[in-house]
Design a protein around this ligand. Structure first.
Ligand SMILES: Cc1cc2nc3c(=O)[nH]c(=O)nc-3n(C[C@H](O)[C@H](O)[C@H](O)COP(=O)(O)OP(=O)(O)OC[C@H]3O[C@@H](n4cnc5c(N)ncnc54)[C@H](O)[C@@H]3O)c2cc1C
Length: 416
């Protein structure tokens, strides 16, 4: 086989990361910077930053997540490409013969300049990947995928790649997304729920300024969000039933733009499409465990959520930060960083945050995407209450931003 090890002996690495998405690549950069040798595997590498095109996918990342990416060396990119989200507006216009309920949340009310920065997905991944390619401690197996792995005597992993290469390591990390093969091969079970909904994403140009405000409409078919980008551009996340989303995505450009224009209630003035619409089927997946012998899961390999409230990658970057700290602390002390004790400590650090966010987002998705009258009333009354009672509003804003337990040093903006 073309890429087989030349000597037929397995290659050796301190950590093998499967999946070079944003989460896997960020983890590789953090660990490699502290002197560990990292092997990173992905069958679909991104284009170089110069060739990467804008797509409709963006991520709203909170300060704690930005701190993790900065520690991985991505400050300059975030400065240039991030758009500050200073205000959030929620509009419930789900009952046609009743008044629209609107609530606004200002970052300055909780002493912040902004809640989050909205960042285009593909350029972020491409910049992180380019930095990993240049790093002397990272070996990338580009265009290859994991095929199989076994744990030998509980001490090390022997992994086989699609090229036939074999790699030995004390720790394998599954950052291989929602269909994670690492999760399956390690025997970690996962619960799965299909929402029957899809998100349509695209970027629009608009005639009015967004004033650094993100707007989320709560409607029975699902949420519809407009998230600010640089200049007079915004990212659209439009959730509909899967069937309706398929109909919309097949419309001619002009008809789609018209449907989208109606959906915005004209709050941004006239719109044109900057990128073609794309469709993402939504589901919830949760791994029953974050670890197995010599194995750890992070990001979407461990949890997939609805994009409502923009929590997905934020939660994933908190996995990245906790795992990087746990590994590096053990490595500095000369301990076995792939041992059961160390992996258990990673899992226990992450458990509460993942449970509460995962179930919170799932419940929120059901309440928002619902046409049942009592649930619509509950949703509208809750929004009124949050809007009128200042302490509840402040709590909602602070708790929505970051976990209050175990923030760790990377999330707090300190070095690893
Ligand atoms: C419409 C939408 C909007 C969103 N908005 C937000 C938001 O505003 N804020 C937010 O925080 N999150 C948001 N999210 C979530 C966020 O986009 C995802 O959590 C994130 O992109 C997933 O990153 P990841 O690294 O976990 O997985 P992925 O990006 O899926 O990376 C996994 C990688 O593993 C590789 N791989 C797979 N199998 C193998 C194998 N066998 N061997 C080797 N490699 C393999 C794949 O090629 C891939 O590159 C949104 C999601 C959606 C759908």
């Amino acid at each position: 086989m073309a890429g087989k090890n030349q000597s037929d002996k397995p290659l050796k690495t301190q950590i093998l990361i499967i999946g070079a998405g944003i989460a896997g690549t960020t983890l590789a950069l953090l660990l490699a910077d502290k002197g560990m040798s990292i092997d990173l595997v992905d069958p679909y590498p991104p284009e170089s930053p110069a060739k990467t095109k804008l797509t409709g996918r963006t991520v709203a990342l909170m300060q704690t997540s930005l701190n993790v990416l900065k520690a991985a060396g991505l400050s300059e990119f975030l400065e240039q490409h991030g758009t500050k989200m200073k205000k959030m507006r929620i509009i419930d216009d789900s009952i046609s013969d009743q008044p629209v309920i609107e609530s606004e949340f200002e970052a300055s009310d909780i002493g912040l300049e902004y809640f989050s920065k909205n960042i285009p997905n593909c350029p972020l991944r491409s910049h992180a990947y380019a930095a990993a390619k240049k790093h002397k401690n990272i070996t990338i197996h580009e265009g290859e995928s994991l095929e199989d792995f076994t744990v030998e005597q509980g001490l090390r992993v022997l992994a086989t790649l699609s090229s036939g290469k074999t790699i030995k390591t004390p720790l394998i990390i599954g950052a291989d997304g929602r269909g994670s093969l690492v999760r399956k091969l390690s025997g970690i079970k996962a619960s799965q729920k299909k929402y029957g909904q899809s998100a349509i994403t695209c970027i629009i140009n608009h005639s009015r300024s967004h004033e650094n405000t993100s707007t989320e409409f709560h409607r029975p078919s699902g949420p519809f969000a407009l998230v600010p980008l640089q200049g007079n551009q915004s990212a659209v996340v439009w959730v509909e039933s899967h069937e309706r989303a398929e109909e919309l995505i097949k419309l001619k450009k002009q008809d789609f733009t018209e449907a989208l224009q109606n959906k915005t209630n004209n709050i941004l003035g006239g719109i044109t499409l900057e990128t073609n619409p794309e469709m993402w089927p939504l589901c919830a997946i949760k791994a029953k465990s974050l670890t197995a012998p010599r194995t750890a899961l992070i990001a979407e390999a461990a949890h997939v959520m609805s994009p409502i409230t923009a929590q997905g990658l934020n939660l994933s970057l908190r996995d990245v930060a906790s795992l990087a700290e746990t590994i590096i602390d053990a490595y500095r002390l000369g301990q076995d960083y792939g041992s059961e004790t160390i992996l258990k400590s990673y899992a226990s650090r992450r458990s509460l945050d993942i449970q509460t966010r995962f179930f919170g987002v799932d419940k929120m998705n059901s309440i928002v995407s619902n046409d049942i009258k009592p649930l619509k009333d509950l949703r509208r009354n809750a929004l009124k209450l949050v809007d009128r009672v200042t302490p509840i509003k402040t709590f909602a804003m602070k708790h929505g931003l970051a976990p209050t337990l175990d923030t760790g040093r990377l999330m707090a903006g300190k070095s690893l």
